[in-house]
Design a protein around this ligand. Sequence first.
Ligand code: NAP
Length: 432
Amino acid sequence: MKGPSVVIIGSGPSGFYTAESICKKINSDIDIIDRLPTPFGLIRGGVAPDHQTTKKINVKYTKTAKKDQIHFFGNIEIGKDISIEELRKMYDVVILATGSELDNKLEIKGTDLKGIHGSAEFVGWYNGHLDYVNLNPDLNTENVVVIGIGNVAIDIVRVLSKTPEEMAESDIPEYALNTINQSSIKNIYIVGRRGPIEAKFTNVELRELGNLKNCKPIIKTENLSDKIVGNFSDRDKRLIKKNLETLRNFSLIKENNREKKLNFIFFHKPVEIIGNNRVKSIKFEKVKLKDSQLEGTGEIVTIDCGLVITAIGYQPKNISGLEISNGIVKNTNGKIDTGFYAVGWIRRGPTGVIGTNKADGESVTELISKEFNNQTKNGRNSLIKIIKSKNLKVTSFEDWEKIDSYETMNTKGSMPRKKTLSIKEMLNICKI
Ligand code: NAP
């Protein structure tokens, strides 16, 4: 007996882990829809281009995509081409796995000036994400300020600091590589409103910054107190100790011939961006922590810079028919309504690593197997009908494999692929 018909919206890690989990437990046909012609979401467009080992998880997702039960439908935007309501009429189970695509905004004066970018767009730009290939950030500045001390901030400062040789095995598009190499960037500031103890970055990512060939991390050791005050688990305390040790080791790096400097600045809260059309500087207030809350000191510090990148977290794009609040879709343990579920960042906010999404998929599978016994709605057949009636140009997983081969064959040197940078070109490759 066939299980409920399932459609997953979004083909990033949460979408693929969910498909895999359902496949193992329920005899359902599972369709995965993505608004881009290509699958894998954050793995292709968000994970840093020099973190190829992390991107290899798509080998696992490919195995899942090739199972008989599963079909990929790319280049369909839910909310524009097909509505959520239409999907719910066609499928027994609709699962949202659309992530958190938009940048949180820094709510201070001056953020409308030119030269300020959120991490979603900046990371998307250096990753060849189709939404951001034309961002054209102006890197003609000596000083760059990155706000936030999480792993995304670390990715950004690393990509801005690496030499072409260090990026040789990455899949960064040529336009971004050239813009970064030809930029006048000398000083990068990574600025946190809290301290190294509260920082969100993880140790492996932090340690990488000590090994950059042409960039020296700089940190004032007075910020590196050994006293870990706060409500931390033993595991957190061990990780914090490692981070503190790594930061202390940075201060011991002697090689002063590294041309770029990466300055760690803690306990500085952004208060205003100054400029006249373009950003010229950013003002911070020095802060202290009192009972885990930020307390202003009234002392203002100004950093001159021509580029500000905020890496302060994400929020989901709204799709008509969803109730979004506090950065997530309204849900109870992944359930939005009967037959309607959420997984990944849209379910629980932008936290955790890629593998964290696995548990979401497993818990939604449990819910589905309790709530549904068999297929009652036509699912895939209805989707194919609506695609035809609306004349949508849709890619399949086989089409993605054509794009993938094209990209891997057309690359230069040791770069793993040359990314295709427009939907039109992708559809041409697939002859759609
Ligand atoms: P994050 O880890 O939540 O870090 C966000 C940073 O922005 C924090 O330092 C936060 O400070 C700061 N921030 C937030 N609002 C601010 C404001 N108004 N003013 C100043 N600072 C502000 O987010 P993320 O770096 O975007 O990462 C998202 C998730 O992806 C994380 O789980 C991360 O580990 C994961 N990720 C992992 C990797 C990897 O494993 N290599 C790579 C990239 C991303 P407060 O702490 O004070 O709020």
